[in-house]
Design a protein around this ligand. Structure first.
Ligand SMILES: NC(=O)c1ccc[n+]([C@@H]2O[C@H](COP(=O)([O-])OP(=O)(O)OC[C@H]3O[C@@H](n4cnc5c(N)ncnc54)[C@H](OP(=O)(O)O)[C@@H]3O)[C@@H](O)[C@H]2O)c1
Length: 247
């Protein structure tokens, strides 16, 4: 059975590990966007780069005789997920989304929930604050026009300096992060507020617990809407789905 996995997340690696154990049954290609300079690669066939929109993906599925697609992209990678829904429908290929649940606030959290990055920038207000931005490199534009804040941007790869709000300091790091390290960072940098996407999962969750302990605010950007598709939350359920298709 030929399987395409749309990957690119820490959680997708659990899926790769499960698939590596079943190479007798599944011939897997993992697809990455090519956005990360030094991605962690699985011991599976990997292709890198976009497909060329819905049409490109549909053709790729047909040429490579793909029997099933697992969309394990990030919950904010909605363009890729929408393309997968459309291309799989057109090519009559079964699709399953593997998506970790979003984070939900617990007692002690001081979250402000917003619908997008623009609203996140607005929610910071105009009084200068020390902000830890963990939103990724692509979503910085709205913060250029936000108040006179002190920005610390944490991301995997350094962005083009032109994309950075004035005076931004960079912290290059790749999760997973632990609570002790996150608390130390927040204290050392005297952070007042964190801006984050509601990515869910465990790799970057520790900052939320550290913020809770220190009584810091978190501006939480909700997940964008995405085309509906059958969804599971973990690799085990995804493997069961694949096994059921191949019976
Ligand atoms: N957005 C985030 O916050 C975030 C965080 C962590 C990891 N990631 C990962 O980084 C990648 C890019 O994210 P994004 O937000 O830029 O995606 P996006 O906006 O949904 O996708 C933009 C375009 O990039 C290409 N693409 C995206 N994921 C791909 C994949 N796995 N394989 C092949 N092509 C892919 C597609 O190009 P074509 O139209 O040419 O096919 C897609 O139309 C994704 O794989 C995602 O899982 C994203």
């Amino acid at each position: 059975m030929r399987v395409l996995v749309l990957g690119g997340t820490t959680e997708a690696r659990q899926l790769y590990a499960a698939l590596e154990q079943r190479m007798d049954r599944f011939k897997v290609t993992v697809s990455l966007a090519g956005a990360t300079r030094a991605p962690v690669l699985p011991a599976l066939e990997v292709r890198i780069g976009g497909f060329g929109g819905v049409d490109g993906l549909r053709k790729w599925l047909l040429v490579h005789q793909i029997d099933a697609v697992l969309d394990a992209t990030h919950p904010f990678a909605v363009q890729m997920s929408n393309h997968a829904v459309a291309a799989c429908a057109q090519a009559h290929v079964p699709l399953l989304r593997v998506e970790r649940p979003g984070w939900t606030p617990v007692a002690g959290d001081r979250w402000t929930r917003v619908s997008d990055m623009q609203a996140a920038a607005g929610a910071l207000g105009t009084i200068p604050r020390r902000v830890l931005l963990t939103v990724g490199r692509k979503d910085l534009l709205p913060f250029h026009h936000a108040g006179p804040h002190d920005w610390l941007l944490r991301c995997v790869d350094a962005p083009d300096p032109a994309l950075l709000p004035a005076g931004t300091r960079l912290l290059l790091a790749r999760g997973p992060f632990d609570e002790a390290g996150e608390e130390a960072l927040l204290r050392r940098e005297r952070i007042d507020v964190i801006v984050t996407k509601n990515s869910g999962g465990t790799a970057t969750q520790a900052k939320l617990a550290a913020a809770r302990r220190l009584g810091l605010g978190v501006i939480m950007v909700d997940r964008p809407p995405v085309a509906p598709a059958g969804t599971v939350t973990d690799a085990t359920a995804a493997m069961m789905w694949l096994e059921s298709l191949s019976e």
